[in-house]
Design a protein around this ligand. Structure first.
Ligand code: RB5
Length: 142
């Protein structure tokens, strides 16, 4: 199960990405926003982060205009590693090296085709572990 959220800037892409993923037989839980009306990204980022931390969804995808508001908010949660990706290679590396459990994309700066390609790359890549595991274990603030 993949959780997904966006603010108004990512709403159109979120709707299209849900359809794209469901057509590939992924189960998707939509955390909003539910219209193109202006809203505040933390209002959907926090519930998605909590759902990933609790295991209600396995992983998440978040979009806002630049991706930064979502990434900054999501990464306040100790159990979240939210990685911003704007091209396919970064989409792979954010999984391979950082084991990102939330993929964040900048909806106002990339095409929808790129959103799909980055998502496919992230979903299709395995975490490498090893030295990268050692590094992600040093991330949490104790
Ligand atoms: C909304 O205008 C915009 O600020 C938001 O989508 C995002 O880019 C914030 O980081």
């Amino acid at each position: 199960m993949i959780g997904i959220c966006s603010d108004h800037a990512g709403y159109d892409y979120k709707q299209k990405l849900i359809a794209y993923l469901e057509a590939k037989n992924y189960k998707v839980k939509d955390f909003g926003t539910y219209s193109a009306e202006r809203m505040d990204y933390p209002d959907v980022a926090h519930p998605l982060a909590e759902a990933v931390e609790k295991g209600d969804v396995e992983k998440g995808i978040a979009m806002c205009g630049t991706g930064n508001g979502m990434a900054i908010t999501l990464n306040k949660h100790q159990g979240i590693r939210a990685g911003l990706a704007w091209d396919v290679e970064i989409g792979k590396l954010v999984k391979r090296h950082n084991n990102a459990n939330v993929l964040v994309m900048p909806a106002r700066f990339i095409s929808f085709e790129k959103v799909c390609n980055i998502t496919d790359a992230w979903l299709g890549t395995e975490f490498e572990g090893g030295r990268h595991q050692d590094r992600i274990e040093k991330i949490p603030v104790r």
